[in-house]
Design a protein around this ligand. Structure first.
Ligand SMILES: Nc1nc2c(ncn2[C@@H]2O[C@H](COP(=O)(O)OP(=O)(O)OP(=O)(O)O)[C@@H](O)[C@H]2O)c(=O)[nH]1
Ligand SMILES: [Mg+2]
Length: 463
């Protein structure tokens, strides 16, 4: 959708705005939405109920009628008025539900614009909901997340933001900081009256606890996984069955499988859904350090680079033959991401099993199976999705909010260390104040107009 950048002016508030709220294209219905002063009057100039007794329209009730231009009927449609304050924007909102063809929805919008409305800017409906105090900034950002959510997990995370769970979490943290600040203020204003010998210890412990809570919800990796998905890279020696496992996981015959070692050269990636999370799975060249083949060497180089960027490594072993020295190194190396080991070819007589691998790396998650029988992979897929990322616990998903929460955590840690070193009350108070300020930016109290403009400019018109 077209992005129109605009600067919000106070006198824009309440002007009647209109936009098509549904995506372009042919479909069942398209909705044209209006909000602001005079919404009902404009609606009644372009909409005629089939039943004249329906006038005046009851709030929040859909009415059947015609879209009209003078005496000409342009479409059959439904219309609804939602009187303020019980509406998305807390202003009078009207919607016209027309047939979804380009001409029909454009006609409905054109009529609204000819009869008193002006075109809405990006995100202007949601901005009004924010300016009128119906939602805070973190909820407004959750609306955007909801629209762009690609998976069940993304949608659930957006819903947590929309329902106010993020703001409640932040507001509770703010309350605790305010209480700490009040204790300190007393120390600054009446140093002789402050008798609590544990005051600094209290401030230290509480600040550290709050900082840890904020770091816990501001997990960039988790946010990226929720928003964009998770990258799983399949690696291992040539011919162990990586491509066979890849094809089985993505349930498509994408990668070439042969009995010749060194078959795969290019990186092949496909996306699947693992327990509501998008997983981008990549198959690559087998890690063969002894090859002289120029093409295979290039494939291996790319494979190693890809493995460095992964969220999770899936090392495949051929269970029908002993481990090589290189595989031993791969199993025992330390990785910054979870390592899964899949002992393949369990249909053949196997010489290595789960216990053998656990004996050399007790922390890796080890599975055994047969890539040629995709049904046997179901428990493995299930375990993979649960172990790779806990998406159930609450997390911030907007980069803006994560940066602010981490900055608040930094300030709290600084306040804790000032308290621990028995430094001046004032220094501690400044750090707590800065932490509070950063948290206020998440919910929107402290952010300036420029930042608000930027946030809403990323929305689409009609939302
Ligand atoms: N018996 C048996 N054979 C398998 C299994 N998985 C793969 N194979 C066979 O092993 C051979 C190699 O399979 P690939 O999937 O191409 O192995 P790869 O690791 O991708 O090999 P490169 O691309 O060369 O690195 C093929 O002949 C497969 O049919 C399995 O679970 N059991
Ligand atoms: Mg292969």
């Amino acid at each position: 959708m077209m992005l129109l950048h605009y600067i919000w002016e106070d006198d824009m508030q309440n002007e009647l705005i209109a936009a098509i709220a549904t995506p372009p294209g042919i479909g069942g219905i398209a909705i044209v939405r209006m909000s602001g002063q005079g919404a009902e009057q404009t609606l009644m100039r372009v909409f005629k109920p089939k039943n004249a007794t329906a006038i005046p329209l009851s709030s929040h009730l859909l009415t059947f009628g015609n879209l009209i231009e003078g005496d000409t009927i342009l479409d059959e449609c439904m219309a609804v008025i939602m009187k303020k304050p019980r509406s998305y924007t807390r202003e009078d909102v009207c919607e016209i539900h027309v047939h979804a063809g380009a001409a029909s929805s454009q006609n409905a919008l054109r009529l609204c614009l000819l009869n008193g409305a002006r075109m809405a800017h990006n995100g202007e409906f949601t901005r009004r909901a924010f300016e009128n105090g119906r939602i805070n900034m973190s909820q407004a950002e959750a609306v955007m997340d909801m629209i762009s959510a690609k998976t069940y997990t993304g949608q659930m995370a957006a819903m947590r933001g929309l329902s106010g769970e993020s703001s409640q979490f932040i507001n509770k943290a703010k309350d605790r900081i305010i209480k700490l600040s009040a204790l300190l203020e007393a120390g600054i204003d009446f140093p002789d009256d402050v008798t609590d010998p544990c005051l600094f210890t209290k401030i230290h412990d509480e600040s550290m606890e709050l900082a840890a809570l904020l770091v816990g919800i501001a997990n960039e990796r988790k946010a990226r996984i929720i928003n964009e998905g998770l990258s799983i890279v399949i690696c291992g020696l040539p011919n162990v069955g990586k491509s066979s496992l890849f094809n089985a996981l993505v349930q498509e015959d994408l990668a070439i499988v042969t009995q010749i070692p060194g078959t795969t050269r290019d990186i092949i990636t496909s996306a699947i859904e693992l327990n509501g999370v998008v997983a981008h799975i990549s198959d690559m060249a087998g890690l063969n350090d002894e090859t002289n083949d120029v093409v295979e060497k290039e494939g291996i180089q790319r494979a190693k680079k890809k493995a460095e960027e992964a969220d999770c490594l899936l090392l495949v072993l051929d269970g029908s033959r002993p481990l090589t020295e290189y595989e031993h190194q791969l199993i025992t190396a330390s990785y910054s991401v979870p390592l899964f080991i899949y002992i393949n070819k369990s249909d053949l007589i196997h010489v290595i099993n789960i216990c053998d691998i656990k004996a050399i790396n007790s922390t890796a998650c080890v599975f055994q199976g047969c890539a040629l029988h995709p049904n046997s992979l179901q428990p493995f897929k299930q375990a993979l999705s649960v172990l790779v990322c806990d998406t159930d616990s609450f997390a911030l998903t907007s980069q803006r909010q994560i940066t602010l929460a981490l900055s608040a955590a930094d300030r709290l840690t600084a306040a804790a260390s000032a308290a621990e070193n028995l430094l001046e009350y004032e220094l501690c108070a400044i750090e707590l104040h800065d932490a509070l300020w950063a948290l206020g930016c998440i919910t929107g109290e402290n952010i300036n107009e420029k930042v608000i403009d930027q946030i809403f400019n990323d929305f689409c018109v009609g939302k």
